[in-house]
Write a protein that binds this ligand. Structure first.
Ligand SMILES: [Zn+2]
Length: 93
C-alpha cells in the first residue's frame, strides 16, 4: 500500500501520466481511501492547468498569493521545475 508521503513523490509523474500502470493503479486506490491526498491532487491538477492556460498577468493578485504559498510549500520539493516557472511569473508582477 502506498502511504501519503509516497503520493507526494509520485504526484508529478501521475499527473503527467508517466507512471507505470500498476503504480498508477495503486495511487488511485490510495486516493479512493484518502480524502486528504485526493484534495491535494485536485489542487495540484488545478494549479497545473492554471499554469498552462493562464499568462502570469491574468492571475488575480490574491490567487497569486495562494498559489505562491501552495507551490512553495507543497509542490516545490517535488517539482522544482514548476516552482521555477511560477517564480519568474510572480517576480515580474
Ligand atoms: Zn493519503
Amino acid at each position: 500500500m502506498l502511504k501519503c508521503r509516497d503520493v507526494g513523490q509520485l504526484l508529478y509523474e501521475y499527473v503527467e501520466q508517466r507512471l507505470e500502470p500498476p503504480v498508477s493503479r495503486q495511487l488511485e486506490q490510495h486516493l479512493a481511501d484518502c480524502p486528504g491526498c485526493l484534495a491535494f491532487i485536485n489542487t495540484y491538477k488545478q494549479t497545473m492547468r492554471l499554469s498552462s492556460e493562464l499568462r502570469c498577468r491574468d492571475i488575480p493578485p490574491e490567487l497569486q498569493q495562494k498559489l505562491r504559498s501552495f507551490i512553495k510549500t507543497k509542490l516545490a520539493p517535488h517539482s522544482p521545475n514548476l516552482w521555477d516557472r511560477f517564480r519568474s511569473c510572480f517576480s515580474t508582477s
